[in-house]
Design a protein around this ligand. Structure first.
Ligand SMILES: NC(=O)c1ccc[n+]([C@@H]2O[C@H](COP(=O)([O-])OP(=O)(O)OC[C@H]3O[C@@H](n4cnc5c(N)ncnc54)[C@H](OP(=O)(O)O)[C@@H]3O)[C@@H](O)[C@H]2O)c1
Length: 283
């Protein structure tokens, strides 16, 4: 756990039993994070249509599995919705038809599906948490924004935060609209860093290094810079100032980036991503 946000109030081992609807990459990563923190695999059930995937999850983690979402939620007070967006509607309809809503907390990791869509399917009284995780959840270093509707109790909110904190940091938000910014910032963010890495590797090669050397040095530099920024009390701007000596190499490179409009370019990219979130929600 890094120092960016306080540790969750609720310990993972104290969480109630959990049903995952959808047992794909994201669900598997979260289950892995929970089990690694000693949450009992027997208290997890996964609903997934593909039998191969069910066998894989049962073997890897010791979780229970089923092909029915409605069956999975029967004895679980916490339900993690981890299906693709186009499947969410039918999954919620199945759960609603089985009358398995009351007393449960629904935590969605499904991109682009607002709380009102889930309330329409589950009813106005359903306790719903909508989250926006990002791809590094897959390696336990995710950044998740989280919004809870008015029906979510303090205990349930702590449960949701603890669950998503099993695979990184989790930041609660007081306004669902902020999730659009979170999507454009940290949801889409890994790709911005991948692009920077790609371009640095390319430049290293153009200046004479072989691919493996340029790649190894670039990736370790990204990791080292992130670790330093996360573990330091200083903000990135002052860390950058510390490695920038007057007339030195860093000053040349940073000066070139800044005069080429690097800052405004990043802001514009994030604004465009946010605008696209709104367009996709309306389509
Ligand atoms: N990947 C990311 O970086 C990321 C980041 C933020 C948010 N998300 C969100 O996370 C969600 C899951 O993404 P993912 O990458 O884990 O996708 P995924 O690997 O494709 O997993 C989705 C799983 O849902 C299962 N499924 C399909 N229909 C189902 C049904 N009716 N009932 C239960 N399970 C069903 C699929 O099973 P079969 O394969 O057997 O059909 C599959 O195992 C998506 O909504 C995505 O928007 C992902």
């Amino acid at each position: 756990m890094n120092e960016l946000v306080p540790d969750p109030v609720t310990d993972v081992v104290d969480l109630p039993s959990i049903a995952f609807i959808g047992g794909g990459n994201m669900a598997s990563a979260i289950i892995g994070g929970l089990v690694a923190q000693d949450f009992a695999a027997a208290d997890i059930i996964v609903a997934n249509p593909g039998v191969g995937r069910r066998l894989h999850l049962a073997e890897k983690f010791g979780v229970r599995t089923t092909d029915s979402a409605a069956d999975a939620v029967a004895s679980a007070p916490v339900v993690v919705l981890a299906v693709k967006p186009d499947v969410l509607g039918s999954v919620l309809a199945d759960i609603a038809a089985a009358g398995r809503i009351k007393g449960r907390l629904f935590i969605s990791i499904v991109a682009g599906k607002p709380v009102k869509v889930m309330e329409k399917a589950l009813g106005d009284e359903a306790a719903i948490v909508r989250t926006m995780p990002n791809m590094p959840v897959l390696v336990g270093s995710g950044a998740t924004g989280l919004y809870a509707n008015r029906n979510v109790s303090e205990d349930q909110l702590n449960t949701a935060i603890a669950l998503m904190s099993a695979v990184g940091i989790c930041v609660p938000l007081d306004d669902e609209a902020h999730l659009d910014t979170v999507t454009a910032l940290s949801g889409t963010g890994p790709a911005y860093f991948f692009l920077l890495m790609e371009e640095m590797i390319k430049a290293g090669k153009q200046l004479g290094l072989d691919h493996d050397t340029a790649r190894a040095l670039t990736l370790q530099t990204a990791l080292g810079a992130a670790e330093l920024a996360v573990s330091s009390d200083e903000n990135p701007a002052s860390l950058r100032a510390r490695v920038t000596s007057p007339n030195g190499t860093t000053e040349q490179a940073i000066g070139s980036l800044v005069s080429s409009g690097f800052g405004p370019l990043i802001e514009q990219a994030i604004r465009k991503a946010k605008r696209r979130v709104a367009e996709l929600a309306g389509s």
